[in-house]
Design a protein around this ligand. Structure first.
Ligand code: GDP
Ligand code: MG
Length: 280
């Protein structure tokens, strides 16, 4: 997660030593931050914050911008709690559904998964394997079936068996972007004939850089986003995108994905995340 790898001693001094801020070449720091995955808006905000508060370290500045005291728990206010998992193709939606089901089952919840990606031929098989491994109940339909109908059936199953959570896996690619957004809003509307959607979790690939912010904004406008999962933060992922997304979108990061295995999902801990970024 080396957000600032290759960065000069200037920034490494700012990392943890308070009180050195007055000797700093701020233009240089700003340039370097912008070149990291933080993005321009956040970099400027961070420099302003450090200039104003000469005692703040870079670590404290980052944590403040990330909102260290935000509520990052899953919305839990009804039975079943319905969660739509959305995002573009290949970011890790289906994997996240499997991992999240595992996490929820392991913490004592009964979980239903709705396989509402009927666009991609192999999708239902993939999510079915995750459901089995996680100990969740799968509701699926034929390839090409109406995703909203499957989502509705999954919610109905959730009521029938007294599930705590219903996770709806969705498609990431359709013929047009407008088509995908229409499909997602239809899924939402159809579920809402029966109950409310407690949460829309947007999955973002942590290696996509600033492009992830643009994706996030499109989904937020079309279906609303209540929380974010940043995946692929293992390996060489930079992770700075997490800050940019949270800042631009407003929705909190709730989980991070750190690998391809079923247990490679963790609740997002801002302090640990910042510490890991800065020590890389
Ligand atoms: N390294 C790594 N790979 C991941 C992670 N999450 C998903 N993947 C991989 O990303 C690829 C696409 O995942 P998938 O869940 O099918 O994406 P979807 O198209 O959004 O449903 C698969 O090869 C997954 O194994 C993660 O946190 N770390
Ligand atoms: Mg998928």
């Amino acid at each position: 997660m080396a957000l600032f790898s290759g960065i000069t001693s200037l920034i490494s001094k700012l990392r943890r030593e308070p009180g050195i801020n007055s000797d700093v070449d701020w233009d240089e720091v700003e340039t370097q931050l912008i070149q990291s995955d933080l993005g321009p808006k956040l970099s400027v905000e961070l420099v302003e914050l450090l200039k104003k508060n000469s005692k703040a370290t870079l670590e404290e500045g980052l944590l403040e911008l990330l909102g260290k005291d935000r509520d990052r728990n899953l919305v839990r206010n009804q039975s079943p709690n319905v969660i739509l998992i959305v995002g573009v193709n290949g970011v890790g939606k289906t994997t996240t559904v499997g991992k999240l089901a595992h996490y929820l089952v392991a913490t004592g919840n009964k979980v239903v998964i709705g396989a509402a990606d009927t666009f991609r031929a192999a999708a239902t098989g993939q999510v079915s394997t995750w459901a089995t491994n996680a100990g969740a109940t799968l509701v699926s339909g034929k390839d090409g079936a109406d995703p909203a109908a499957i989502a509705f059936d999954a919610v109905a199953k959730g009521f029938e068996i007294g599930a705590d959570f219903v996770l709806i896996d969705t498609a990431g690619r359709l013929h047009t972007k407008a088509g995908l957004m229409d499909e997602l809003s239809k899924i939402r509307r159809v579920i809402e004939k029966r109950t409310s959607v407690g949460e829309v979790l947007l999955v973002i690939d942590g290696t996509t850089g600033q492009n992830g912010v643009a994706q996030a904004q499109i989904f937020a406008q079309a279906v609303g986003v209540s929380g974010v999962v940043v995946t692929k933060l293992d390996g060489s992922a930079k992770g700075g995108i997490a800050f940019a997304i949270e800042r631009e979108l407003g929705a909190p990061i709730k989980f991070v994905g750190t690998g391809e295995a079923i247990s490679d999902l963790a609740p997002f801990d801002p302090a640990a995340f910042v510490a890991a970024l800065l020590s890389a």
